[in-house]
Design a protein around this ligand. Sequence first.
Ligand code: PEP
Ligand code: MN
Length: 361
Amino acid sequence: MVVDVHLESAPAESQLFKKPVYIAGPCSAETEEQVMNTAVPLAAMGIRIFRAGIWKPRTRPNSFEGVGSVGLRWLQRVKKETGMQVAIEVANVKHVYEALKYGVDILWIGARTSANPFAVQDIADSLRGVDIPVMVKNPVNPDVDLWIGAIERINNAGITRMAAIHRGFSSYDRTLYRNVPQWQVPIELRRRIPQMPIITDPSHICGNRELLFDISQKAMDLNFDGLIIETHCNPDQALSDASQQVTPEGLKKLLERLVLRDPEVKEELMLTLAALRDQIDKMDDRIINMLEERMKVAEKIGAYKKLNNITILQTKRWDDMLKNRLQLGTRKGLSEEFIVRLFRSIHQESINHQTRIMNEE
Ligand code: PEP
Ligand code: MN
């Protein structure tokens, strides 16, 4: 069942963000010097919200787990000296108290935490009566209801200035991305809670700085509301997420290259187009997997022919096969010319696979 969620929306003048909002800063606050050396150039280029991890949820123990509360003093200095607002991740009640004590402006709930309703509810309870903006990252698994549930828990505690952060989804398969974007999930969130700003986190989607631009541009093309991009004064030396961070200068270049879409183009149109393209991508994926399977069968045939001394090409078989595919294809509305070209090409690839097997020692 699809439930429409209505969040109490904030009055326009208190909206958390003017579109598009850019949030930047290091994955982790490491030293006072690193924080200031990153914050000052960011402020100079017009960034208004500075992010930094104080407590870091690391996948494996014995890696850098954040500097803890001492880093909150450095963020106070960022606020005072640059005028930027500061944002940090909170994962438990202690983090919330510390953040509020040190005057942190914006909180976010990380992907591992938003996958856990108990943890989110504890955080929500600790925020009752507090007026602070909260951003909720998508849970690590692609479950839009779980994401909405986390947003609702925070909203039900009286927090009205909210945003969602799309940071991609973990996958067991090796992919181009550290966390697969699965755009259909934030698109569904937009459909279900149209008034919720959605910020894209290309850093955690990509896991590598080379891919950041394309994901950022795609987020803008989908009319999402902003970007949160990990930025470090010396990315290669970063204590966490080194390969995905950019320098303030690199971020500036990225933002300057972004093409902001003509707002005249209807959002609905873009979202529909994106959903359809997603379908095409999935189908092409299936076609490729099936071709892989088909080639494996061709190789088995090759091995069998070799064993029994049969020639690869048997013209009668190919003629019959093509006739059959033509009949089937034209019935499905595909042109004769296309079917012939497609199956000639598939057949040729099969022969290549068979030949390879037959020539193997
Ligand atoms: C982060 O923003 O540094 C972070 C830990 O992100 P996520 O919760 O998306 O993994
Ligand atoms: Mn990070």
